[in-house]
Design a protein around this ligand. Sequence first.
Ligand code: NAP
Length: 333
Amino acid sequence: MGIEPIKLGIISTAYINRVVIPPAKASPLLEPIAVASRDEKRASDYARKWEIERAFGSYDALLADPDVEAVYISLPNHEHVPWTLRALEAGKHVLCEKPFTRHPAEIEAVWNLAESRGLQVTEAFMWRHIPQTKRFAELVAEGAIGELQFVRSLFSFAMSDQKTNVRMKPEWEGGSLMDIGTYCVNGIRLLAGEPEAAYGEQVLGGEGVDMRFSGLLRFESSVRALFYSSFETPSRKELEAIGSEGALRLHDPWHASHGGIELQRDEEKESEMFEVETSDAYLLELEDFARAIRGEKEPLLGRADALGQARTLAALYLSAEEGRSVELAEMGR
Ligand SMILES: NC(=O)c1ccc[n+]([C@@H]2O[C@H](COP(=O)([O-])OP(=O)(O)OC[C@H]3O[C@@H](n4cnc5c(N)ncnc54)[C@H](OP(=O)(O)O)[C@@H]3O)[C@@H](O)[C@H]2O)c1
């Protein structure tokens, strides 16, 4: 027997919603019933366009709707935690866009509140739900490349709307590490665990955000990882694990739209491809959230993952600001 669909409210009319609303409507596990915008007309136009029953001219008004059980928050980064806390206080479960926050104490505050109210919160790292991601991590863990030695990752694009993009404001928690480098950090942590130390360098631009960020992560094991994120480099999306017996590379790691895992034992030899079914990452993320709300499972991404992510981002930014390597232990809990 199927579960009762989760009545979902959408907080904002963000661009990202266009890939989240269709699977939310298609899934038997969810029913998007409401959308809120800071502007009443924008909300009602949007609700009409996406055929969503209820429109609210403020986020608080949506949170006051007793029929809404859960919310999807797709606000600019600096609004993630304040609106997650308000949603939890209103008794709603929360699926919040990445990056949740780079402040570990905020993760603790959010999950303490959620747990005290018996509510679910999860960070919307959709790429973690894709079968390709799971297979890649399994292959590394099973020793397909021998002992893991090194991870490298890239995520870049050339931003064409720098004057208006929400990612360009430092006070809105913008910057390339927050926006896309966060995937690289997430990928590295998936394969190598929590880092012991971080070293970062940033190239600032715009009003003072990191337009480019280069990071080095050190782990207790002998594993090391390097990543690069950029708003001013043509599109690159890479995640590669290198071990004592070869390398595993993900093609299109974050979306898997042209999926595939490449195993190369030696550059002199032909590489081998593992084909993995392609799937809608946003659908899988939404259904994981719905099942967690109905008590069928724990959400794939909970407090521990969000905390590890925030601590690593915090250490990287501190390192870039102070020009030194930062031990994760300095980040507290
Ligand atoms: N998982 C993914 O694949 C993915 C991809 C892209 C983005 N994201 C994340 O999704 C979030 C939104 O990104 P986006 O590019 O979709 O943003 P966006 O199009 O700029 O939309 C942000 C929305 O936030 C609302 N908002 C509230 N306060 C605002 C303010 N002061 N200024 C501007 N907008 C404000 C606006 O909605 P109203 O006007 O309706 O209130 C606006 O539509 C970010 O955290 C980003 O990291 C995730």
